[in-house]
Design a protein around this ligand. Structure first.
Ligand SMILES: Nc1ncnc2c1ncn2[C@@H]1O[C@H](COP(=O)(O)OP(=O)(O)OP(=O)(O)O)[C@@H](O)[C@H]1O
Length: 237
């Protein structure tokens, strides 16, 4: 079975042109396997969010190639008109803010995702309930967001990201709004889903304390991506 979840080759991204040209990436190449939790680190403005959004088929690259699983989705242009469909079926997004809809309860927030993929309401509720159980917040299923703590909201947001059974989870600073204990809990949870659900997780983080919890670190350096093994907390670039 092919272990590869993400492959990026010679990815280039520029914004603007002429005097306002911003070169963000100049030939990034790397891959991430199913079951891996990978941290993506770089100074502010180096292109972490842009890279996640290109992998997530939200932001169009300038050139290069992207594979999601065994499907090549970009080769100097999108290879499908249905990037939204790819996004919905293959990718779960987690952000710094939970972006749950405040006037819906947790169950309604999570069931929106499978329902958008054509899954029945009944089956969607079953999926949502299983996820809430998995994250130990099933007693909050019918609770409104305002009644949950920040950590519980983020767990619900992670549950929502998994509701379409994605092969890939892209998390953009998911712990930035949490204290250190809750941050560790969230990262351990991401590691657990990587292993148990066999998904590839890329997590952008500025928090060095989270790095030893990850399998590997990708660093944007000189507009390229450098990969390092994380050996018992010793990060080797
Ligand atoms: N839509 C856009 N138009 C023009 N420039 C952009 C656009 N989006 C991002 N940029 C520029 O691209 C570069 C990379 O931005 P990006 O947000 O990906 O960085 P980042 O590493 O995620 O930063 P941070 O850690 O501060 O969130 C920055 O210089 C940014 O100003």
């Amino acid at each position: 079975m092919n272990k590869q979840a993400i492959k990026v080759k010679n990815l280039v991204k520029n914004f603007g042109k002429g005097d306002s040209l911003v070169r963000v990436l100049e030939g990034a190449s790397f891959s991430v396997d199913k079951g891996e939790l990978v941290a993506l680190v770089a100074p502010s403005g180096a292109g972490k969010t842009t890279l996640l959004m290109m992998i997530g088929c939200v932001e169009e690259p300038t050139s290069g190639a992207i594979w999601l699983g065994s499907e090549k989705v970009y080769d100097n242009k999108w290879l499908t008109k249905e990037t939204r469909k790819i996004r919905r079926e293959k990718i779960g997004f987690i952000f710094q803010e939970h972006y749950l809809i405040p006037f819906l309860n947790i169950m309604e927030n999570i069931t929106l995702v499978p329902q958008a993929n054509g899954v029945s309401k009944e089956e969607s509720e079953k999926i949502a309930f299983e996820l809430l159980k998995y994250f130990e917040i099933e007693d909050k299923a019918y609770t409104m967001l305002s009644e949950l703590s920040g950590g519980q909201n983020q767990r619900a947001a992670i549950a929502r990201a998994l509701a379409n059974k994605p092969q890939i989870v892209l998390a953009d600073e998911p712990t930035a709004a949490l204290d250190s204990k809750r941050s560790v809990d969230v990262v351990k949870m991401l590691k657990k889903i990587a292993i148990e659900q066999n998904v590839a997780v890329i997590m952008v983080t500025h928090d060095e304390a989270m790095l030893p919890l990850c399998d590997r670190i990708l660093k944007i350096e000189d507009k390229k991506v450098v990969s390092s093994k994380n050996l018992q907390g010793n990060i080797i670039f």
